[in-house]
Write a protein that binds this ligand. Structure first.
Ligand code: NAD
Length: 362
């Protein structure tokens, strides 16, 4: 008995420590569904976040992941100026083995029961087809295919946001946001990376590209007249800007030590291996870092547009705000002499607390 009650206490303690509003555990033995929906904050609007399907080693690991990811969504929506809260969900299990229509629809019914407090979208391990299954049970889902009213591929929108984030940083570092003549290394030329290469080449930027997919690397290099480089050259090539668009944690003790970039701005999530340590390390080295969750918010903006019925034009207008938002982060970082990732968090927290106050008046 005492063992069980201490488990309950520790889960609730975890929620209090991270400031979560609600966490829903979903269990459906008929379909094999085991999922956790975490709603971090809904001050600004309904909590929106993707559903990740992953074979976690334990339920505790799944809970830790969903709490971390949902909190990050609160900050992302807040700093982007969207009227959305932060949430996320994880389905525990191997998506290639246990995912079925019934499992996804059962999960959709759990979302339905939250009456709009949580809205989901695709993430690692889930697809637009899965979103269609969820849509069969509830309207609180985005990222369904364009053919049935969805927002379509978010990557071009994400790339545009990253491009504007780069421009905002270039303005700070070089006094003008004209990109011609600057050099950029794009690591990862997938959905977002390729669109970014195209935008950069349109402004006559010298673009170096790197990808583990050799065939794609040479195809994209030919198409946009970019220069392919091997992974070991990324940090020695001597370019002005590094745009990580593949994997996270590329900003760490090992890589930052020898870095000579003026700017780091890319789409990859969680670029700083350790938020507390590496943001400060970049500041100390005089490297301007554009917080990833701000400049890669195009995907979230695309979901928001789908929800609100905005067309492509309005989606792009909202994405353009990323330029000013990045400038504001840089300004606060300079005046307070704090890392940009910390400045971004402060701005996001201030917006939430300001809006909380106005909502308290009758
Ligand atoms: P993607 O899977 O289409 O592309 C990733 C590319 O990176 C692939 O070409 C892959 O071969 C390459 N890659 C993988 N490991 C690599 C390595 N070690 N070195 C070099 N290249 C490597 O993914 P995407 O949709 O373009 O997203 C890129 C990043 O941006 C991801 O971190 C993603 O989480 C993030 N992101 C994407 C969006 C979006 O709208 N797609 C939105 C926000 C954030």
């Amino acid at each position: 008995m005492s063992g069980n009650s201490s488990v309950v206490t520790s889960v609730l303690d975890q929620l209090s420590a991270s400031g979560h509003k609600k966490v829903v555990f979903c269990n459906d033995p008929d379909t094999g569904l085991k999922a956790i929906i975490a709603i971090h904050d809904t001050t600004l609007g309904p909590a929106l976040g993707g559903t990740r399907m992953f074979n976690y080693n334990s339920e505790a690991e799944a809970l830790e992941d969903v709490l971390r990811l949902s909190k990050a969504m609160t900050y992302k929506a807040a700093i982007t100026g969207l009227n959305l809260g932060g949430g996320k969900a994880v389905i525990i299990g191997d998506s290639r083995k246990i995912k079925t229509e019934a499992l996804m629809r059962s999960y959709g019914r759990f979302i339905k029961n939250l009456n709009g407090e949580f809205i989901t979208a695709e993430d690692m391990g889930t697809t637009t087809r899965d979103m269609e299954y969820i849509r069969m049970e509830t309207e609180y889902v985005t990222g369904v295919p364009e053919s049935i009213g969805g927002g379509g591929n978010p990557a071009p929108v994400t790339a545009k946001g990253v491009f504007l984030g780069i421009k905002a940083c270039v303005k700070e570092a070089f006094g003008t946001d004209m990109l011609a003549g600057k050099s950029v290394v794009v690591q990862g030329i997938g959905n977002v990376g390729e669109n970014l290469v195209e935008l950069l080449r349109q402004e006559n930027v010298e673009v170096y590209i790197s990808d583990i997919n050799e065939e794609r690397l040479h195809e994209v290099a030919r198409k946009y007249k970019a220069k392919p480089i091997s992974a070991d050259k990324i940090f020695t090539i001597g370019a002005d800007i590094y745009a990580p668009c593949a994997l996270g944690a590329t900003l760490n003790d090992k890589t930052i030590k020898n870095m000579k970039f003026a700017i780091i701005a890319g789409s990859a999530n969680n670029q700083l291996a350790d938020e507390q340590v590496h943001g400060q390390l970049l500041l100390d080295k005089g490297i301007l870092y554009a917080p990833d969750y701000l400049i890669n918010a195009g995907g979230l903006i695309n979901c928001y547009s789908e929800l609100t019925g905005f067309g492509k034009k309005r989606t792009m207008q909202l994405t353009e705000n990323i330029y000013e938002a990045t400038r504001e982060v840089i300004k606060l970082s300079k005046t307070e002499n704090i890392p940009t990732n910390l400045a971004a968090s402060r701005i996001a927290e201030k917006r939430i607390s300001d809006i909380k106050k106005i909502k308290s008046s009758y």
